[in-house]
Design a protein. Structure first.
Length: 139
């Protein structure tokens, strides 16, 4: 699966990148919404966006993404307490919401659920990821 990850915190971005690439996903990364918008003409199966980005926030970016391509699932992540921002993101079309800190399985479950909902799920990728996970080489 091809994923675009937009996260300005290096540690969080590298953690998510490691988790997803270890499970055979192709992940492109951006540190800002502006950088991500330049990358979005490419075909992605999933986009993961941090809510609190500098300059353009994640909610605005979500609106821009859903305006460009209706079928691409967008997962939102944040360190903020649950509340209005989560509701706003889901109302604007987010496929899911993940609170930091998160467990690896929470991230993977949301990724799987998002691609199932939009029909971008590939059993071949799932089988490859499952085999890699069983070897215990992934975080």
């Amino acid at each position: 699966m091809k994923i675009l990850l937009i996260e300005d915190d290096d540690a969080v971005r590298n953690t998510i990148l490691s988790i997803l690439t270890c499970r055979n996903h192709t992940v492109d990364e951006a540190k800002s919404a502006e950088e991500a918008l330049l990358m979005l003409p490419a075909d992605y199966d999933l986009v993961i966006v941090d809510v609190l980005l500098k300059q353009m926030d994640g909610l605005t970016l979500l609106e821009r993404i859903t305006g460009m391509r209706q079928r691409i699932p967008v997962l939102m992540i944040t360190g903020l307490e649950p509340g209005e921002i989560e509701s706003a993101c889901l109302e604007k079309g987010a496929a899911g919401f993940l609170h930091k800190p998160f467990r690896v399985q929470e991230l993977l479950s949301l990724v799987d659920r998002a691609v199932h909902q939009t029909g971008t799920y590939s059993p071949m990728i799932h089988a490859q990821r499952k085999g890699t996970h069983e070897k215990n080489i992934c975080p």
